[in-house]
Design a protein around this ligand. Structure first.
Ligand code: ADP
Ligand code: ZN
Ligand code: ZN
Length: 726
């Protein structure tokens, strides 16, 4: 007898449910199946096959059917699943669901079919005699078709009329057949450019063979992408495959068409902008090994390519590589696992590597390469730092400094283009005195306080401490206290007042909800001169606008005062990226950076594009204050509808964690989460900072505590160095 161990796909369960079912010999490990479950039938995954069950034979039920004729989960992904379960304390079913398009669950998507017509052998004379002289469409159709060719039925219907087509089917000229219809998403709208690597690039390419992690540190335009493409080409020649990851908002049609032009039909893509059907088709192409290259966003790290020759993570510092909802994982960690499994190199690239990655490179854990100049030797645009504290004393209460106004005017007068950048992150905003630059901070944590509008309170996201909202500045007593960020809408409306005759476009989350909105805004901007594009992070990446000569950063401090240990790092990364938008072609560019903290080291180093000096300074601070990479931040997040229950479990877990506490713990506290409620679920957390020695062991003990206290009414997640502490 063949017994299959099946994990049933139950949505809200807190634990995996594995059951034995009787299977037929054709059932394979990794296949999805439908099984009886109580009075229901459910989908499940065959995770193992065996010949005996510890249950009584007559109590066992049989698998009803398999859902696909092939296993969805291959051996590599079972191994990855095992790893993720242990490393992240996840349920198996949550890991398995990552490995294929979600719409396949519940059969919400399937192959798109179309009818084609095969032309049989026929005698034209004989047929001509059979057709009426008046049947013009039929005669035209007969003229059009060739023997042994295949035509799409709907197209012939449209051209020659359904009547004519049906007639030919009855005459047995055509045989109908159902075939797969691809929902193709990649357009080729440019020609491939043959590029020979320069010596700096070549030297790096030659070293990317060892199965290690390689970090390419090179300014924007230094030729990193060209190295990636050459590396991919090498893999293809060796019969291997490649995954190339780009941050979600960096994965523009331009990037995809660049790869399409170079690699033709050998590429597929996976990202969140695809419809369920498109995702399904792309994924199937990959599964069937019809393509050797996948270019995609975070989820593409799970692309079922076999025989990987390289994994590339471009803009490796980008926060979208971390998943911060269930199941939480870091793309780098998954990539390292897959690279090791396939014995292939992992290549990270960035102009502003994450502090953690650069530190690893410095420590010798990663190989480090540097590209010091742009391919065309062009200078980076000049950065001017504007002290916004001076503006009030000149009676300027607006959001644009006098400098930025003057530069905007120049830019418009010379019929060029400008980009204005407003960095808005989530709901949160800091509190600043516009007169003296004072920023409200937590007494205990040196973290900026976050204004919570609904409660009219300031909160520290590190320790949970609450403070009264400010009406006057505690330092200079000014009443010009700003709570809340400057939004893109506000910038647009002020611009329209200042330059009524100039085209102002806005690109942010709200204006890009429809499928082509993103591309349409960029197209319109490209075609209008002069014009101004106002936007969030979304405008920081990709596109190349030769006429952009001015980039204004309206509120540089926004991410600096964000309550997050990576805030300074993110500010540096973001501003460097934004400034890369100006002066990309022959015209020189300028950056105007508005700040209330003009002396902050992040601006000084950024203005000189001195990443390494910034890195050293930041690392020193993290070392002294014991933040990553010198400690781990661990958060246990407990959420549920019943607040009493959430509190009760939080304090129970906290008590158990207290027992683990040793001198490795430099912080441990249970509290309400900074955002206390999301979608009527109450949120509590236990925050820890733990020194790195033996961290794995401590983390496993934390997992044990959490698992022991699991409860089906609540969600309990453990996060390590999360992106977001709200
Ligand atoms: P990065 O990824 O570091 O931003 P890219 O690889 O996109 O840099 O290169 C920037 C520009 O320079 C692109 O237009 C690219 O086609 C071009 N380029 C890159 N390498 C070379 C080379 N060796 N010779 C000529 N042009 C190159
Ligand atoms: Zn605090
Ligand atoms: Zn003040």
């Amino acid at each position: 007898m063949i017994i299959a161990e099946v994990i049933v796909d139950i949505a809200h369960s807190q634990v995996d449910k594995v059951f034995d079912y009787i299977a037929t010999p054709d059932v394979q490990k990794g296949q999805r199946v439908v099984v009886p479950f109580g009075k229901q039938t459910l989908e499940g995954y065959v995770i193992n096959l065996k010949s005996q069950s510890s249950f009584e034979k007559d109590k066992l039920k049989s698998i009803i059917k398999t859902l696909e004729p092939y296993p969805l989960i291959t051996e590599e992904f079972f191994a990855l699943s095992d790893f993720m379960i242990k490393h992240y304390n996840l349920k198996r079913v949550d890991t398995l669901r990552l490995f294929f398009p979600s719409a396949m669950r519940g059969q919400k998507v399937k192959e798109q079919m179309q009818t084609v017509l095969l032309v049989n052998e026929f005698s034209k004379e004989f047929l001509t005699q059979q057709l009426k002289k008046s049947a013009k469409n039929q005669i035209a159709l007969l003229d059009y078709i060739n023997q042994n060719e295949v035509y799409i039925k709907s197209e012939l219907n449209k051209r020659f009329g359904q009547g004519a087509v049906e007639k030919f089917i009855t005459l047995k000229v055509f045989t109908e057949k159902q075939v797969h219809k691809d929902r193709d998403v990649l357009i080729k709208d440019r020609e491939n450019e043959q590029i020979t690597l320069n010596s700096a690039q070549k030297e790096i390419l030659d070293k990317l063979n060892t199965p290690k992690t390689h970090l390419i540190f090179g300014v924007t335009g230094s030729g990193k992408t060209e190295i990636y493409m050459h590396k991919i080409m090498q893999c293809l020649k060796e019969g291997k495959t490649a995954i190339m990851l780009v941050p979600e908002i960096g994965l523009t049609p331009q990037v995809l068409s660049l790869f399409k032009a170079r690699f033709g039909n050998n590429i597929a893509t996976l990202h969140s902008g695809l419809s369920a059907g498109e995702k399904f088709d792309q994924w199937q192409k990959i599964r069937k090994q019809e393509v050797q290259i996948v270019v995609g966003a975070r989820s593409a790290i799970f692309a079922p390519l076999k025989n990987l020759g390289v994994i590339i993570i471009d803009e490796e510092h980008d926060s979208s590589y971390q998943s911060d909802s269930n199941p939480r994982y870091s793309t780098h960690t998954i990539a390292k696992f897959r690279a090791k499994y396939n014995n292939c190199p992992l290549v990270l690239g960035s102009a502003t590597p994450s502090i953690e990655s650069f530190y690893k490179a410095q420590q010798g854990e990663y190989e480090l390469y540097e590209l010091k100049t742009r391919v065309n030797n062009q200078e980076m645009p000049k950065v001017q730092i504007v002290d916004m504290r001076n503006e009030l004393s000149f009676g300027n209460t607006g959001i644009f400094s006098r400098q930025l106004q003057a530069d905007l005017k120049d830019c418009i007068d010379s019929k060029n283009q400008a980009m204005l950048f407003c960095n808005r992150r989530g709901f949160a905003s800091y509190i600043i005195c516009r007169e003296c630059g004072y920023v409200a901070k937590c007494e205990d944590c040196d973290a900026s306080l976050v204004y919570h509008k609904e409660e009219n309170l300031l909160k520290c996201h590190f320790c949970g401490k609450k403070y009264k909202a400010l009406t006057n500045c505690p330092k200079c007593n000014s009443k010009y206290i700003r709570m809340g960020a400057i939004g893109t809408e506000k910038v647009v409306s002020e611009l329209k007042e200042m330059f009524p005759e100039v085209k102002v476009l806005r690109m942010d989350f709200d204006t890009t909800q429809t499928k082509f909105a993103h591309a349409n805004i960029l197209d319109e901007f490209a075609q209008t001169k002069p014009s101004i594009l106002v936007g969030t992070q979304m405008i920081a990446k990709g596109h190349h606008f030769p006429n952009v000569t001015l980039v204004g950063i309206v509120d540089a401090d926004m991410s600096l005062h964000f309550s997050d240990f990576r805030n300074t790092e993110r500010t540096f990364q973001l501003l460097t990226q934004v400034s890369g938008r100006a002066g990309r072609a022959s015209k020189a560019g300028k950056i105007v950076l508005q700040t209330y903290a003009p002396k902050h080291y992040v601006y000084r180093f950024m203005a000189n594009y001195n990443y390494k000096a910034f890195f050293e300074r930041e690392l020193e601070l993290r070392k002294n204050s014991k933040f990553p990479p010198f400690a781990y931040i661990v958060r246990i997040l407990i959420t549920g509808f019943d607040e009493q229950k959430v509190i009760q479990i939080t304090s129970k877990i906290n008590k158990d964690i207290e027992k683990l506490k040793n001198d490795q713990f430099i912080f441990l506290k249970a509290m309400k989460a900074p955002v206390g409620k999301i979608q009527t679920k109450h949120r509590y957390q236990i925050l820890m900072r733990i020194l790195p020695t033996n961290f794995e062991k401590v983390l496993n003990q934390i997992y044990e505590v959490v698992n022991k206290n699991r409860n089906n009414d609540l969600n309990v997640f453990v996060e390590v160095n999360p992106n977001n502490l709200s």
